[in-house]
Design a protein around this ligand. Structure first.
Ligand code: GDD
Length: 372
């Protein structure tokens, strides 16, 4: 416990001479007008411009401002972790120096933590959030990273956001060794948390200076995902492990559905003499029911109040049924598109379709049918 301040606002910087004075002033004013006794911690990786000098000068004006200059193992995520280590409070807030994140939302993050959330995330992808002035390439990269992140953390819409707050306990005692830009993924993957709140915000691309995102950052991201998965296998009792278990069970249930479907199709056609398309329709419906029942009691272990069970059961079944039918249509669309437009061998197209639809089914059902 370090309760000298109510919150520590961590600002990682590298060559931010054009933005740094402005963001410090904005954070300072936000904290003081909202009567939050906060610390401002700039963590710099030996900027080659005047950033360090500007902050040092400003420490004379703002007595709650501090700068840490790191001399080795440079990187955005590593700097944020150093900020966590040196913070003099039990609530941490991370914000970019370049005004991509609106400092006026800091009190909102603080309030949510005070109300009981473990982690509060500024999200671009939740209702009301958005992105301004991003080139197409950047949008595509971000969607790819977010999609991968969501497989590990399906309940979070923006697991790669750089704008977030958390309680000290979430990460205390855990070894964070992040690389690259996605520090939040490390916090979610290795820390212990129960409740997450997302606050929508509009990410505004920097007006001054330039992004330091490079190809290395993308390969760092891939390594980080593998590292978080490996960590979850070793230490187990964390979110990724639980998610992993659900995903595996969902996959096994899906596999059982394939056997039920094929077996019934054979039985109805060969022994009952049904026309094979009619037999297939019935077999598909029964395999959907099979998958639903197994997922309901095994994968997601639903324990409803007895008086609500029947009503909720029908709700979930209806939702699962709709997701399965849409999944089937997507699968057929991918099969047609890849085979007809790209000339890919139809069995390979089908396999790619199954893979994509599997993740689609999992994510939609996880967040809709069996919303935790
Ligand atoms: N200490 C330190 N060391 N700070 C760094 C470094 C570094 O190596 N690289 C960048 N920063 C600081 C910048 O000075 C800025 O304050 C902040 O980190 C974000 O850097 P940008 O390079 O502007 O990031 P971006 O706009 O491309 O990426 C943002 O969006 C991502 C989501 O798409 C960041 O908010 C990321 O954290 C976020 O994941």
């Amino acid at each position: 416990m370090r309760t000298q301040y109510e919150i520590t606002v961590i600002i990682p910087t590298f060559n931010e001479e054009v933005n740094i004075a402005g963001i410090i002033e904005a954070v300072y004013l936000t904290l003081s007008t909202n009567k939050i006794h906060g610390e401002i911690l700039v963590v710099d990786d030996e900027s080659r411009d005047k950033t360090i000098k500007i902050v040092q000068d400003l420490t004379l004006k703002y007595n709650n401002l501090k700068i840490i200059v790191r001399h080795s193992d440079h990187g955005l995520s590593q700097s944020v972790v150093e900020g966590f280590r040196q913070a003099n409070s039990d609530i941490f807030m991370v914000i970019d120096a370049d005004f991509s994140h609106p400092p006026c939302l800091i009190p909102h993050f603080y309030d949510e933590i005070k109300k009981g959330a473990d982690v509060v995330i500024g999200s671009r992808y939740t209702h009301g959030g958005g992105i301004k002035q991003w080139p197409l390439k950047r949008r595509v990269l971000s969607l790819g990273a977010t999609g991968l992140g969501r497989i590990l953390f399906p309940e979070v819409t923006d697991p790669v956001s750089g704008f977030f707050a958390l309680r000290r306990e979430v990460i205390e005692g855990y070894q964070l060794r992040p690389r690259g830009y996605k520090i939040l993924m490390e916090v979610l993957g290795k820390g212990q948390w129960k409740s997450i709140i997302e606050i929508p915000f509009t990410f505004t691309d920097r007006q001054e200076g330039e992004s330091k995102l490079s190809f290395c950052i993308i390969s760092d991201f891939a390594k980080q995902i593998l590292n978080i998965i490996a960590y979850s296998f070793v230490f187990r009792n964390n979110h990724v492990w639980n998610e992993w278990k659900k995903l595996t069970r969902f996959g096994l249930v899906g596999l059982s559905g394939v056997f039920v479907n094929t077996g019934l199709l054979y039985l109805f056609t060969e022994y009952l003499g049904l026309y094979y398309l009619i037999a297939s329709g019935i077999a598909i419906e029964i395999s959907i029911l099979n998958n639903f029942l197994l997922n309901d009691c095994w994968t997601f272990k639903i324990k409803d109040e007895p008086d609500l069970y029947i009503q909720n059961w029908f709700h979930r079944f209806f939702s699962f049924q709709c997701v399965s039918i849409v999944g089937l249509l997507i699968n057929m669309g991918i099969l047609y598109f890849l085979t007809d437009f790209f000339g890919i061998y139809y069995l390979i197209s089908n396999f790619i379709g199954i893979l994509i639809v599997f993740f689609w089914n999992y994510l939609v059902n996880r967040n809709l049918t069996w919303k935790a």
